[in-house]
Design a protein around this ligand. Structure first.
Ligand SMILES: [Ca+2]
Length: 202
Protein backbone atom coordinates (compact mmCIF):
# COMPACT_ATOMS: atom_id res chain seq x y z
CA UNK A 1 0.00 0.00 0.00
CA UNK A 2 1.13 3.51 -0.75
CA UNK A 3 2.26 5.23 2.43
CA UNK A 4 1.31 8.60 1.06
CA UNK A 5 -2.36 9.34 1.48
CA UNK A 6 -4.26 12.30 0.23
CA UNK A 7 -7.60 13.54 1.42
CA UNK A 8 -9.50 15.97 -0.78
CA UNK A 9 -12.50 17.63 0.80
CA UNK A 10 -14.45 18.95 -2.17
CA UNK A 11 -16.82 21.90 -2.07
CA UNK A 12 -18.98 20.83 0.86
CA UNK A 13 -18.39 21.60 4.54
CA UNK A 14 -16.13 18.98 6.09
CA UNK A 15 -15.58 18.38 9.77
CA UNK A 16 -13.78 15.53 11.48
CA UNK A 17 -10.65 13.84 12.73
CA UNK A 18 -7.93 12.57 10.45
CA UNK A 19 -5.31 9.98 11.27
CA UNK A 20 -1.89 11.53 11.67
CA UNK A 21 0.68 9.93 9.44
CA UNK A 22 3.78 10.66 7.50
CA UNK A 23 3.10 12.84 4.46
CA UNK A 24 -0.63 12.91 4.99
CA UNK A 25 -1.95 15.69 2.78
CA UNK A 26 -5.36 17.14 3.35
CA UNK A 27 -7.13 19.69 1.19
CA UNK A 28 -10.36 20.94 2.70
CA UNK A 29 -11.39 22.45 -0.62
CA UNK A 30 -14.12 25.08 -0.72
CA UNK A 31 -16.68 25.15 2.08
CA UNK A 32 -16.24 25.49 5.84
CA UNK A 33 -13.77 22.83 6.90
CA UNK A 34 -12.88 22.07 10.50
CA UNK A 35 -10.08 19.72 11.43
CA UNK A 36 -10.75 18.17 14.82
CA UNK A 37 -7.76 17.17 16.95
CA UNK A 38 -7.45 15.31 20.23
CA UNK A 39 -5.77 17.07 23.13
CA UNK A 40 -4.95 20.76 23.23
CA UNK A 41 -3.30 23.54 21.25
CA UNK A 42 -0.07 23.01 23.16
CA UNK A 43 0.19 19.44 21.85
CA UNK A 44 0.94 20.51 18.28
CA UNK A 45 3.34 22.74 16.42
CA UNK A 46 1.85 24.64 13.47
CA UNK A 47 3.90 26.14 10.68
CA UNK A 48 3.10 27.40 7.21
CA UNK A 49 5.28 25.87 4.52
CA UNK A 50 4.57 27.34 1.12
CA UNK A 51 0.80 27.21 0.75
CA UNK A 52 0.28 24.43 3.32
CA UNK A 53 -0.02 24.37 7.08
CA UNK A 54 2.11 21.66 8.63
CA UNK A 55 0.90 20.17 11.89
CA UNK A 56 3.31 18.22 14.05
CA UNK A 57 2.10 16.31 17.08
CA UNK A 58 4.77 17.00 19.69
CA UNK A 59 4.32 13.72 21.59
CA UNK A 60 5.40 11.46 18.74
CA UNK A 61 6.41 13.70 15.84
CA UNK A 62 3.53 12.51 13.67
CA UNK A 63 2.64 15.15 11.15
CA UNK A 64 0.52 16.10 8.25
CA UNK A 65 -0.11 19.03 6.03
CA UNK A 66 -3.40 20.75 5.26
CA UNK A 67 -4.70 23.52 3.09
CA UNK A 68 -8.03 25.28 2.53
CA UNK A 69 -9.15 24.57 6.10
CA UNK A 70 -10.95 27.23 8.12
CA UNK A 71 -10.34 26.02 11.67
CA UNK A 72 -8.54 23.50 13.83
CA UNK A 73 -10.66 22.52 16.84
CA UNK A 74 -9.14 20.67 19.79
CA UNK A 75 -11.03 18.38 22.14
CA UNK A 76 -10.40 20.78 25.07
CA UNK A 77 -12.40 23.46 23.16
CA UNK A 78 -9.37 25.51 22.12
CA UNK A 79 -9.51 26.46 18.46
CA UNK A 80 -7.22 27.95 15.85
CA UNK A 81 -8.93 30.09 13.22
CA UNK A 82 -7.23 30.14 9.84
CA UNK A 83 -8.30 33.46 8.34
CA UNK A 84 -8.12 33.78 4.56
CA UNK A 85 -7.79 37.57 4.38
CA UNK A 86 -7.08 40.59 6.61
CA UNK A 87 -10.73 41.28 7.40
CA UNK A 88 -11.32 37.71 8.54
CA UNK A 89 -8.23 38.00 10.73
CA UNK A 90 -9.57 41.14 12.43
CA UNK A 91 -12.97 39.53 12.98
CA UNK A 92 -11.40 36.44 14.56
CA UNK A 93 -9.25 38.60 16.85
CA UNK A 94 -12.32 40.59 17.91
CA UNK A 95 -13.71 37.40 19.46
CA UNK A 96 -10.77 37.63 21.86
CA UNK A 97 -11.13 41.40 22.31
CA UNK A 98 -14.78 41.11 23.34
CA UNK A 99 -15.14 37.57 24.76
CA UNK A 100 -11.61 36.75 25.96
CA UNK A 101 -11.69 33.27 24.41
CA UNK A 102 -11.26 31.42 21.14
CA UNK A 103 -14.03 31.44 18.53
CA UNK A 104 -16.20 28.33 18.38
CA UNK A 105 -16.66 26.52 15.08
CA UNK A 106 -20.27 27.71 14.86
CA UNK A 107 -19.26 31.32 15.49
CA UNK A 108 -16.51 31.20 12.92
CA UNK A 109 -18.78 29.69 10.30
CA UNK A 110 -21.33 32.44 10.97
CA UNK A 111 -18.61 35.10 10.86
CA UNK A 112 -17.22 33.96 7.52
CA UNK A 113 -20.66 33.71 5.98
CA UNK A 114 -21.42 37.23 7.21
CA UNK A 115 -18.29 38.64 5.58
CA UNK A 116 -18.97 36.88 2.28
CA UNK A 117 -22.13 38.91 1.70
CA UNK A 118 -22.66 42.66 1.77
CA UNK A 119 -22.45 43.48 5.47
CA UNK A 120 -22.82 46.37 7.86
CA UNK A 121 -19.71 46.53 10.08
CA UNK A 122 -21.62 48.47 12.74
CA UNK A 123 -24.15 45.65 12.97
CA UNK A 124 -21.33 43.15 13.48
CA UNK A 125 -19.83 45.31 16.23
CA UNK A 126 -23.25 45.68 17.87
CA UNK A 127 -23.53 41.87 17.82
CA UNK A 128 -20.30 41.67 19.79
CA UNK A 129 -21.30 44.44 22.22
CA UNK A 130 -24.65 42.85 22.98
CA UNK A 131 -22.96 39.58 23.95
CA UNK A 132 -19.79 40.82 25.61
CA UNK A 133 -21.48 42.54 28.57
CA UNK A 134 -19.00 45.41 28.64
CA UNK A 135 -21.53 48.22 28.11
CA UNK A 136 -21.76 49.21 31.76
CA UNK A 137 -18.01 49.57 32.20
CA UNK A 138 -16.71 53.12 32.48
CA UNK A 139 -14.38 54.12 29.63
CA UNK A 140 -11.20 53.49 31.63
CA UNK A 141 -12.19 49.91 32.48
CA UNK A 142 -13.49 49.34 28.95
CA UNK A 143 -10.18 50.42 27.38
CA UNK A 144 -8.17 48.29 29.80
CA UNK A 145 -10.40 45.25 29.19
CA UNK A 146 -10.01 45.52 25.42
CA UNK A 147 -6.23 46.00 25.69
CA UNK A 148 -5.83 43.06 28.05
CA UNK A 149 -8.01 40.69 26.03
CA UNK A 150 -6.48 41.66 22.69
CA UNK A 151 -2.84 42.30 23.57
CA UNK A 152 -2.35 40.41 26.83
CA UNK A 153 -1.27 43.58 28.63
CA UNK A 154 -2.73 46.74 30.11
CA UNK A 155 -2.69 50.05 28.29
CA UNK A 156 0.16 52.25 29.46
CA UNK A 157 -0.67 55.55 31.13
CA UNK A 158 -0.03 57.43 27.90
CA UNK A 159 -2.12 55.01 25.84
CA UNK A 160 -4.96 55.18 28.32
CA UNK A 161 -4.93 58.99 28.36
CA UNK A 162 -4.90 59.07 24.56
CA UNK A 163 -7.78 56.61 24.14
CA UNK A 164 -9.90 58.30 26.81
CA UNK A 165 -9.43 61.67 25.13
CA UNK A 166 -10.30 60.21 21.72
CA UNK A 167 -13.45 58.61 23.11
CA UNK A 168 -14.43 61.83 24.87
CA UNK A 169 -13.97 63.94 21.72
CA UNK A 170 -15.73 61.34 19.53
CA UNK A 171 -12.66 60.72 17.39
CA UNK A 172 -13.48 57.04 17.85
CA UNK A 173 -16.30 55.19 19.57
CA UNK A 174 -16.37 52.14 21.80
CA UNK A 175 -17.34 49.88 18.90
CA UNK A 176 -14.43 50.83 16.67
CA UNK A 177 -11.66 51.10 19.26
CA UNK A 178 -11.38 47.28 19.51
CA UNK A 179 -11.17 47.04 15.70
CA UNK A 180 -8.23 49.43 15.68
CA UNK A 181 -6.44 47.42 18.35
CA UNK A 182 -7.33 44.03 16.82
CA UNK A 183 -5.74 44.98 13.50
CA UNK A 184 -2.46 46.13 15.07
CA UNK A 185 0.69 44.10 14.50
CA UNK A 186 0.94 43.66 18.27
CA UNK A 187 -2.46 41.93 18.30
CA UNK A 188 -1.47 39.74 15.36
CA UNK A 189 1.63 38.62 17.26
CA UNK A 190 -0.08 38.16 20.62
CA UNK A 191 -2.93 36.06 19.19
CA UNK A 192 -0.87 34.09 16.67
CA UNK A 193 -1.59 30.87 18.58
CA UNK A 194 -5.32 31.32 18.00
CA UNK A 195 -5.64 33.26 14.74
CA UNK A 196 -3.51 32.43 11.71
CA UNK A 197 -3.70 34.16 8.36
CA UNK A 198 -3.20 32.44 5.03
CA UNK A 199 -4.21 34.60 2.10
CA UNK A 200 -5.72 32.84 -0.85
CA UNK A 201 -7.13 29.73 0.80
CA UNK A 202 -10.73 28.83 0.03
CA1 LIG B 1 -12.33 25.37 3.04
Amino acid sequence: MDAIRDFIGGDEDNQGYLPLGLAMNTDGGAGFDVLRMPGSRDDVHLEFVDNHLELTQLSDGAMFSIKNAEMIAFDNNETVVIAHNQTEGILARLVHSFFNRDATAAEWQLGRETLQQPYDPDAILDWFQQRAGLQDLPDTDYVQTIYTQTLGRSATGDELDLQLSRLESNQIDRNWLPVEIAQSSEAVTHLIGSVLLQDGWV
